[in-house]
Ligand binder design. Structure first.
Ligand SMILES: Nc1ncnc2c1ncn2[C@@H]1O[C@H](COP(=O)(O)OP(=O)(O)OP(=O)(O)O)[C@@H](O)[C@H]1O
Ligand SMILES: [Mg+2]
Length: 436
């Protein structure tokens, strides 16, 4: 599947931006926008952000002064379909959704029908209740794994047992599904099973790709990374089996300590998470979803072990088409930890992007609040804008009791420009070691 944004009018008239994989596309006056309109006074600096996950395309206006228009109507956010026109100032973009990755001509005035082959609508059956619905497929004979919305909601709250494991209890629920404590019927070992509920009908090809990515992440072995044990698909539900960590995630631990962690305990957890990151980055792997909830802590102080979990999972889930778009979906909980470059260039994240998210996690664990001024009611558009534009609040201002050096080290992870941050997890870890 492919999404094209064809510029029909404005300074970029004739250009076509093509997406075959999940990506983001920023329109605004700043020079790091994908569609940069510095001279057009109509546009705000960060005007609107498109998130593409073919065949889906989602537009969010970032609280711009003059607004973003879809088919002539000013909208704050909208899922876009083939034929929709996005307009701001002189610029008009046409959205085209193609079934296959076709080459596009970039010269102006090309009749769009020439290149279009629309996705095929096929019948799909919910693997849980048998309900029939229609879904988009690249070809008419594509086999799709599908769960209807009602079953997804039900299965998130009451997951089905996975063959080979006895369910003991639910441990928690996240953006993609739930996590249960279970016992392996053969080894008797306690395990955690995370079930992932695809939001959309998934082709066999996409499912294979997802499993391949999971297998790559599973190869990461480290004392501070949750060990991966097994994976599979059961009646449309993807499940991942990992070691069970007998202890809370770092967010719950901080809550239990009254909102934030004592300095030494916080530093021990951060340092162990940095050791895990250093190992993963050395293997060419980026986590992309570091946050307090993805660090699991066992043992009791001072003998604690922190382990990072969910390596690359959110990205693989999105990339395989199992979820729609991050900035609209349930995964938005992660948004406040994302560095600006990850929102702007979804596909091109670096180790420094994880360092930012870990810096935000460290800040949150030690200060009990995030480095950006975001309230409970802050909208997603405001959060995105804050990530792009709001200077992070120095940690010392939020937590004056902390040593100045610790604050500086964490603040340095949160600089907007990735080249100004700690360049490696090890460098940040060593710096923390010397002050503690
Ligand atoms: N291996 C594990 N052992 C013990 N508890 C776990 C394990 N994995 C997850 N949990 C618990 O289950 C909760 C939900 O995890 P889940 O990963 O689904 O959600 P999340 O981390 O909040 O969000 P996301 O879906 O973005 O990762 C975690 O916060 C944690 O408390
Ligand atoms: Mg998680």
């Amino acid at each position: 599947m492919q999404v094209n944004l064809r510029v029909l009018a404005g300074p970029y008239r004739g250009r076509v931006f093509s997406f075959t994989q999940p990506d983001t596309f920023l329109i605004g006056r700043t020079d790091d926008s994908h569609l940069c309109l510095p001279e057009d006074k109509f546009f705000s600096r960060h005007h609107c952000l498109l998130e593409v996950n073919p065949p889906r395309c989602f537009m969010r206006d970032l609280g711009s002064t003059n607004g973003t228009f879809v088919n002539g109507q000013r909208v704050g956010e909208a899922f876009l379909k083939s034929g929709d026109q996005i307009q701001g100032g002189e610029t008009v973009l046409l959205v085209e959704v193609n079934a296959n990755d076709v080459s596009v001509q970039t010269s102006a005035g090309v009749s769009r029908e020439e290149n279009l082959s629309r996705p095929t609508i096929v019948n799909v059956e919910c693997l849980n209740c048998g309900r029939r619905e229609k879904a988009e497929a690249a070809t008419a004979d594509e086999h799709l794994t599908f769960l209807c919305e009602d079953c997804r909601i039900e299965l998130k709250h009451a997951p089905q047992p996975i063959p080979g494991y006895d369910t003991i209890r639910i441990l928690g629920r996240g953006g993609m599904g739930s996590v249960m404590l279970a016992r392996d019927q053969v080894s008797g070992r306690a395990v955690a099973i995370k079930t992932l509920l695809p939001e959309f009908a998934v082709s066999d090809k996409a499912m294979r790709r997802f499993m391949r990515e999971i297998d790559v992440a599973a190869a990461l072995k480290h004392a501070n990374i949750v060990e991966f044990l097994d994976r599979g698909v059961n009646q449309g539900v993807v499940y991942l089996v990992t070691e069970f960590i007998d202890g809370p995630d770092a967010a719950k631990l901080a809550d239990a300590r009254g909102g934030h962690l004592p300095l030494q305990e916080g530093l021990a957890i951060i340092s162990q998470a940095l050791a895990a990151l250093s190992h993963a980055h050395g293997q060419g792997y980026i986590h992309r979803d570091i946050k307090d909830q993805n660090i699991l802590v066992s043992g009791s102080w001072p003998n604690i072990t922190a382990k990072l979990t969910d390596f690359g999972l959110a990205k693989s889930f999105t990339q395989s088409g199992m979820s729609g778009v991050t900035v609209a979906g349930e995964m938005a909980g992660t948004l406040a930890y994302m560095p600006p470059e990850q929102l702007k260039n979804f596909r091109d994240v670096q180790p420094q992007s994880d360092i930012y998210a870990l810096g935000m996690t460290a800040y949150s664990l030690l200060a009990g609040t995030l480095a950006l001024s975001l309230g409970r009611k802050t909208s997603m558009a405001e959060t995105i804008k804050a990530i792009f534009e709001q200077p992070p609040i120095p940690l010392r201002e939020r937590a004056p009791q902390l040593p100045a050096q610790v604050c500086e080290i964490i603040d340095r992870a949160l600089v907007k420009d990735p080249t100004e941050r700690w360049q490696s997890a090890n460098a940040m870890r060593n710096a923390l070691k010397h002050v503690s």
